[in-house]
Design a binder for this molecule. Structure first.
Ligand code: E4P
Length: 215
């Protein structure tokens, strides 16, 4: 299973890369806004240089023509740019066109299995079901990931599932058990994955015993 980091923060990306834990990055307009006013193209260029893996950059236009215009410009930034498009009919139309041009796509804001089926038929490289936002409305985000896994396996679709809107280590664990290809994880949750009180207690006990040896 691959891990992407869900952030546009360069420090977080640098730290997670140093840990050797991440295979790519996802961003969205809200994550970019958190980084304050700056040239987003510059920021994408910096992120792409830091990470040896796909970096998702989202289009803002709502019509296919506008999305394609933006996508082609974003794709020029670096070879590892993935164009993120919303799961609408216009977004699917643009996805299909980008697929035929060999540009990688990440279809985002997926909340149903039928939407994911359409994205795969459009040739999306990645589909992003938002588990946390579904859980927020008591709709069962992980159940959606499981349905998408079944459908993609039934028809051998090559579209990879990125579990998005991850809020906790349990989301990551359940995604791995379902067989999702990727989880895109916020920095805080990535840091939480390693934590276990018995590990900390074990280290303390080993160090205390070591000191008794007077070495
Ligand atoms: C990533 O591709 C998504 O944009 C992101 O995971 C959404 O997360 P949120 O629901 O916490 O905003």
């Amino acid at each position: 299973m691959k891990f992407f980091i869900d952030t546009a923060n360069l420090q977080e990306i640098t730290q997670a890369s140093a840990w050797g834990l991440i295979d790519g990055v996802t961003t969205n307009p809200s994550l970019l806004a958190k980084e304050g006013k700056q040239d987003s193209r510059e920021l994408f260029r910096d992120i792409c240089a830091l990470v040896d893996g796909p970096v998702s950059a989202e289009v803002i236009a709502l019509d296919a023509k506008g999305m394609l215009r933006e996508a082609r410009e974003l794709a020029k930034i670096a070879d590892n740019i993935v164009i993120k498009l919303p799961l609408t009919l216009e977004g699917l139309q643009a996805t299909k066109a980008l697929c035929s041009e060999g540009i990688m796509t990440n279809v985002t804001l997926c909340f149903s299995a039928n939407q994911a089926l359409l994205a795969a038929k459009a040739g999306a490289t990645y589909i992003s079901p938002f588990v946390g936002r579904l859980d927020d409305i008591a709709a069962g985000g992980l159940e959606l990931v499981s349905q998408i896994r079944t459908i993609y396996d039934n028809y051998d679709f090559a579209t990879q599932i990125i579990v998005a809107s991850v809020r906790s280590p349990l989301h990551v664990l359940d995604s791995a058990l379902i067989g999702a290809d990727i989880a895109t994880i916020p920095f805080k949750v990535l840091s939480q994955l390693v934590q276990h009180p018995l590990t900390d207690r074990g280290i303390d006990a080993f160090l205390a015993d070591w000191q008794k040896t007077n070495q």
